[in-house]
Structures are given as C-alpha cells and as structure tokens.
Design a protein around this ligand. Structure first.
Ligand SMILES: NC(=O)c1ccc[n+]([C@@H]2O[C@H](COP(=O)([O-])OP(=O)(O)OC[C@H]3O[C@@H](n4cnc5c(N)ncnc54)[C@H](OP(=O)(O)O)[C@@H]3O)[C@@H](O)[C@H]2O)c1
Length: 267
C-alpha cells in the first residue's frame, strides 16, 4: 500500500519507509560540499562543524522541528526529517527541499528498525539524532492524571525516544561526532500535581538520555547526549535550532550529559 515515488511518503512498517524527495545522490549526499567556504579575500574558512554530518530529526514537523531542520540544512548538514503524518512531511519538504523525509510511527519499534535499515542503505550511518516528539496532557490535579493521558505521554515522550536511540545508538557511538539531543521541561524540576504525568514522562526521558550519554562516555567515543530544557518552546524555536547546530562546535566530553536551560531573551 506504500506509494513509491519521489513525492510520496509511506509507512515504515509496510515494505519500508519511503523517501519523500531528494535522493542520496541529489540531496543530502552533497551536504559535505558545504563544509568549507571562502571569505571575502578568497581564503578557505571552515564551515559549521555540523556540515557534512547526517542528522535525523525525530518528530520534525512542528514549528520547532521546521526551525531545527531548516537551520541544520542551512549549516550544510544532511537532514533526515521523520514524522508520522505524510501531509505535514510534504509541507516540511516544500519549506526545506534539501531535507529528505520519511514517514514512520516512531512509537513502533519494528517500524523504527525498518526505518534505520532504509536510512543506512540510502544514506549510511547517522551522526546526530534530535528527538522532538512530545505533546502535552494534564490538568485536573493529581486525581486528573488519568491512564489515557499517561499512555499518550509515555508513548510520545518515552517510547519514541527509547526506540530511536536503541535503533541508532551504534551509529552515534561509531560516529566521529555523534550527538543526541532531547527537549525537556522545567516542570521536571518543579512538578505540579496537575502536570505529574507529563513531568514524570519527561523525567524518564531525561534519565534515558543520561543513560545513553553514560554509554557514550564509557565507550570512549566522541559522542555526546544533551538535554535542552524549556518552559515553553513558543518563541524559542530559532534559539533551539541554533543550539542544535552548535552541538557540533563543542567537543563531546564537555557537553555530554549536560542539561541546558533555554530562556526567552529579555526585552
Ligand atoms: N511546545 C512546548 O512549549 C514545549 C515545552 C517543553 C518541552 N517541549 C518539548 O520540545 C519538543 C518539541 O516540542 P513540539 O511542541 O515541537 O513537539 P510536538 O509538536 O509535540 O511533536 C513534534 C513532532 O513529533 C511528531 N510525532 C508525534 N508523534 C509521532 C510518532 N509516533 N512518530 C513520529 N513522529 C511523531 C509530530 O508530527 P506528526 O504528527 O506529523 O507526526 C510533531 O510535529 C518535545 O519533546 C516537547 O515535549 C515542548
């Protein structure tokens, strides 16, 4: 049932995820060409350190996802955008044609395994995994922290992170500059009864991420896991995108397992 053409996306759990748009030859494979630039005097200056790296953005179609995908593509990274909704992925690719897009339910481990196989076959191992799948459920005090909301948050916030990191951990460990990043919430530090489900899911995601980072350190790799923390993302999309691009500007050991608070600029 998967349509296979340059302009369609399909479910990863079918015959395999379908690339929407650029092929490895015509699109992200050329990213390394942006790794160096010339200044006004014709001197070669290094481009952003992320240039030429392959970065997968898991949950790429929100405003924050669009900002991150755009910034990475502008910096010369090869960007693989993943979401569960074909229409939103098409909209993203219209905005950022340099990115490739795959439709995949990241909460389904078999689908993520299949996605990883296709990504490896078509683009090789990845250097970065930026996990942005989230969502909010809450309210109603502690009594209101129902099972359906917990299931939703656990699935989106924790399961998609577990699945993607398990599927791509070997890539990040083997990379010369592997990077994993998630976006957590200040509510982990100051959880409220009405947001207990949400804060607990985010705390679990942070713990999981630190475990991945501990694995990077133990393996003696140049990989790093970073937790960005926000109160709200609205208005911080560009800042987040710049921080994601900047992950490759700092050596792994000094950023691994750091928790970085992003705050809106004071006016
Ligand atoms: N928004 C905030 O104010 C805020 C505050 C604190 C922390 N955060 C965190 O920041 C991150 C980004 O936030 P956001 O608001 O941009 O995220 P979001 O809109 O909740 O999710 C990002 C994307 O994930 C995709 N997605 C959802 N379920 C998926 C699945 N099963 N498989 C694949 N893709 C899936 C969605 O696209 P499709 O529906 O097209 O698949 C969506 O565009 C999240 O981790 C969030 O928890 C956000």
């Amino acid at each position: 049932m998967t349509e296979r053409s340059d302009n369609t996306v399909g479910p990863a759990s079918d015959a395999g995820p379908t690339v929407d748009g650029a092929t490895p030859d015509s699109g992200i494979g050329r990213a390394a060409a942006y790794a160096a630039e010339e200044d006004a005097d014709g001197n070669t200056v290094p481009g952003p350190a992320v240039a030429g790296r392959i970065v997968l953005v898991a949950g790429a179609t929100s405003a924050a996802g669009l900002a991150v995908v755009s910034a990475l593509a502008r910096a010369g990274a090869g960007v693989i955008a993943v979401g569960s909704n074909a229409e939103r992925l098409r909209t993203l690719r219209t905005a950022v044609p340099a990115a490739v897009a795959y439709q995949c339910d990241l909460a389904d481990f078999a689908a993520v395994t299949s996605l990883a196989a296709v990504v490896h076959a078509e683009h090789g191992p990845i250097d970065g995994l930026i996990h942005l799948v989230g969502g909010w459920r809450g309210g109603g005090g502690l009594a209101g922290q129902g099972d359906a909301d917990w299931d939703f948050l656990h699935r989106n916030v924790v399961t998609t992170l577990r699945n993607t990191t398990r599927a791509f951990n070997d890539d990040l460990v083997a990379s010369r500059a592997g990077r994993l990043a998630i976006v957590s919430s200040v509510s982990v530090d100051k959880p409220a009864p009405g947001g207990a489900n949400y804060a607990a899911a985010k705390a679990a995601a942070e713990t999981w991420t630190r475990a991945v980072g501990q694995g990077f350190a133990k393996a003696g790799t140049d990989a790093a896991a970073v937790v960005f923390v926000v109160k709200a993302l609205d208005g911080l999309e560009a800042e987040l995108a710049a921080r994601v691009v900047g992950l490759w500007d700092t050596d792994a050991a000094s950023v691994n397992n750091t928790r970085v608070l992003l705050v809106p600029p004071t006016s």
